[in-house]
Design a protein around this ligand. Sequence first.
Ligand code: PGA
Ligand code: ZN
Length: 426
Amino acid sequence: MEFDINYLRGLQVLDSRGNPTVEVVVVTEGGGYGRAMAPAGASRGRREAVDLRDGGSRFLGMGVLKAVEAVNKVLAPALIGLNSSNYRLVDRKIIEVDGTPEKSRVGGNACVATSLANIKAAADTMGIPLFNFIGGFKARLLPTPLMNVINGGAHAGNELSVQEFMLIPVGADKFSEALRIGVEVYGGLKKFLKDSYGPGAINVGDEGGFAPPMRRVEEALNALTEAVRLAGYAVGSDVLIGMDAAASQFYEESSGKYRVDGRLLSHEELLEMYLDLVPRYSVAYLEDPFNEDSPAMYGELRKALKGEALVIGDDLTVTREDLVSEYLGKGFIDGAIIKVNQVGTYSEAENAVRRLLTSGGKAIISHRSGETEDNTIAHIAVGLETGIIKTGAPARGERTAKYNELLRIEDYLGDEALFQRGRPFK
Ligand code: PGA
Ligand code: ZN
């Protein structure tokens, strides 16, 4: 049968931080070829799938030869001969062979690369783009990009507590125009930072955003506002602002408080800070505003915001269908970040997306801070018609790989391509 997997092999390659990662190649009987690489997070949720790392001195302990061996000796024998287009069955086999709740036997990194390489091989066997394999021929919605242009937290060598400051270009009629707005504001930001903080301020962090020597949330928000103006756009109508606090990273277990801008804030004080910033800076998106063990605080914030900004889970929800369902149902979140490697297989991530979208929630297909030239998430965003993608600044090859693939998809769809102006953020 032409869809049957007849070759499946893993190897060790490098990610954008120079750390080893897992690549998997799948080939089908019919000659379909799929290749995928595992990304890696720096600010990981506690309940994410676990990557297998070698330890020891080679590659500073970050090697993935054990995970590669698991691909070749454990996953390959179990998957060869299966029908790649029946990807749910393939993923179920991966889950079964691993046998642990957190994918720790073969490694989340081995699982995600295998699962994604499989759907790519199936699509290639059919001779159709991956987004069509995922969503059929009705899938034609290009996503609004959340572009992380100021990096802090675990992604940069500066003193910003908040991890990400994002531009959301909503005043466009097509994806390529939204991207252009983002690129122009990124250019405006570069000029503003250089003029205000000196040439060192335009060094970039892990996700391609600038990593200026700032200390305060408001400094970053002021810079973004200036940049939008310098590029000739209006904050609030053309461009909205988003923040990923990744608050678990600056939450102190000992005091039960958050260390922000040199101050120690209680849950309630942090909530007040958000309520103050949202209207003043047109903030329309708040991701992981509290630590991942305080889901009810997400709900408090969401209630107080009355729809002015979206409250989104990432470390909180780790792409698990049960968690997104629970927190969406309780009204704690408006939606969740979707990272296939948080949960380990494509089908599990797809389950979480479908649960969100059918329950009125938002699903944001996302990269990791450690990425590769793999562009699969561009196809997942279009295929599942999420309408939103988060894949960094328009800089660094591992980030532009996704944007460029979306440009190709838009071009391929031609007049059929859809884009939601102003939505889904208003
Ligand atoms: P990570 O961060 O990839 O370093 O975990 C990304 C995010 O928190 O959204
Ligand atoms: Zn996040």
